[in-house]
Design a protein around this ligand. Structure first.
Ligand code: 5GP
Length: 130
């Protein structure tokens, strides 16, 4: 079934300027802003401006220009945060999709976490030590 995009989601409202955000970087096709409830000392969200629900949706339907812009913006945001391992102490990227991925906002976003040691990669109840 094709993705149905809900244009009332919170990030769509941010993109329309209906809700304020603390912008880190904006390009023609992408927007990066601070997460409202940071889960690490530094926590930035990077979203495409287009109406894409998940990463797979974006990968399948975005234009080459949107994809290039988005990927480069994510890298540049990490650089501006000062956390790329060549200049800083590193970071983690994460993009939740759907129910099992615990996606709360149905507009593609990559989280960039940084600013302290981030612990193990993932904690799944019933698997590993989770
Ligand atoms: P998800 O669980 O969908 O991967 O992450 C959604 C993220 O959006 C959460 O980390 C949450 O704190 C953040 N968020 C939700 N509403 C807002 C908002 O109005 N403004 C900002 N900046 N972040 C938000």
């Amino acid at each position: 079934m094709p993705y149905a995009y809900d244009d009332q989601n919170i990030f769509a409202k941010i993109l329309r300027g209906e809700i304020p955000n603390k912008t880190v970087m904006e390009t023609e096709h992408s927007l990066a802003f601070h997460d409202i409830a940071p889960q690490a000392p530094q926590h930035v969200l990077v979203i495409p401006k287009g109406a894409y629900v998940t990463f797979d949706h974006f990968a399948a339907e975005a234009t080459e220009a949107e994809i290039t812009d988005y990927i480069r913006t994510i890298g540049e945001v990490a650089r501006r945060m000062g956390v790329t391992p060549d200049a800083g102490d590193g970071y983690r990227m994460l993009s939740n999709a759907g129910q099992d991925g615990h996606q709360e906002v149905p507009h593609l976003h990559v989280h960039i976490f940084a600013g302290s040691f981030l612990g193990r990669m993932i904690d799944v109840p019933g698997h590993g030590d989770g």
